[in-house]
Design a protein around this ligand. Sequence first.
Ligand SMILES: Cc1cc2nc3c(=O)[nH]c(=O)nc-3n(C[C@H](O)[C@H](O)[C@H](O)COP(=O)(O)OP(=O)(O)OC[C@H]3O[C@@H](n4cnc5c(N)ncnc54)[C@H](O)[C@@H]3O)c2cc1C
Ligand code: SF4
Length: 313
Amino acid sequence: MKAFTYERATTAAEAAAAIARTPGAKFIAGGTNLLDLMKLEIETPTHLVDVNRVGLDQIEETPEGGLRVGALVRNTDLAAHPRVRRDYGVLTRALVAGASGQLRNKATTGGNLLQRTRCPYFYDTAKPCNKRKPGSGCAALGGFNRGLAVIGTSEACIAQHPSDMAVAMRVLDAGVETVKGDGSTRTIAIADFHKLPGNTPHIESALEPGEMITAVTLPPPVAGTHVYQKVRDRSSYAFALVSVAAIVPQNGPARIALGGVAPKPWRVEALENGDDAALTKGILANARPTTQNAFKVPLAQRTISHILAEARS
Ligand SMILES: Cc1cc2nc3c(=O)[nH]c(=O)nc-3n(C[C@H](O)[C@H](O)[C@H](O)COP(=O)(O)OP(=O)(O)OC[C@H]3O[C@@H](n4cnc5c(N)ncnc54)[C@H](O)[C@@H]3O)c2cc1C
Ligand code: SF4
């Protein structure tokens, strides 16, 4: 691991300002992804700003009837919160499908959204990877790519986004609140938060350099059966090959978002006013899989079909 300096911030604005004035600095929250990447020297921050004591560890009701989840709320606490369990069941189910109990106790809401891909070549510094080293090439294109994305990819990168929580937040139409180094704030719709790779796969989110996530807002609850189904190689402690977050009313259009198949949580709202068959077939209509991961398309379609049939029966 490369040497770095460290400071602990006490407010979000102070943390963002500290990052802005220190080239090469990064926020650290739970550290469950960042520290692994630092050990491998894939991430080499010169300075860490610890945000664990900035006070963003509360879940509050919003005046609109939704929830505001502080960026430092741990995945365990978010999953267990009574309002989340009652009104946002898809989110609780997605969270408990992720990682392990120990990891969820450390992992935070903000850090989970920004965790990096699990493409094996991203972690192998002996191989080319445009995401890790822009312009170096992509070892996954001609390599082992069974777990990687089938839609939203580019010639430069076919990595998938690994988060379970983010898929549920996408189906819930969450908003991501931030603060910049100059103290200004904004809210980014989750649909616009994660970027497709294009020619710049190393740019993964809409955050500007030094911008800090302060909270995630959930709109008022959406009625219907809340489901999160994760298909993976082992029944626990594995990332998704395909995951489906769904909110299914007895009658009327369902909302669906997919994980494990794209560089960002994947939802196609334009299809949600059609019938179930059209939604199931259409959601991956533009997929461009490799020979190794072509199985993800029918797997996703069958998982969606199963969920819709079960939820409406
Ligand atoms: C063995 C293992 C298995 C796992 N399995 C799963 C799984 O099945 N499903 C799943 O979804 N996840 C899984 N994870 C990933 C885990 O969920 C993430 O590591 C975790 O959510 C990251 O949160 P963190 O708070 O630890 O982030 P950190 O590691 O602290 O930070 C991650 C990134 O976010 C940035 N950051 C953190 N907070 C902020 C903020 N407030 N504003 C701006 N930037 C910020 C950091 O600078 C860093 O770049 C697994 C991880 C491990 C190690
Ligand atoms: S798919 Fe993306 S992350 Fe994986 S090697 Fe290619 S450029 Fe790197």
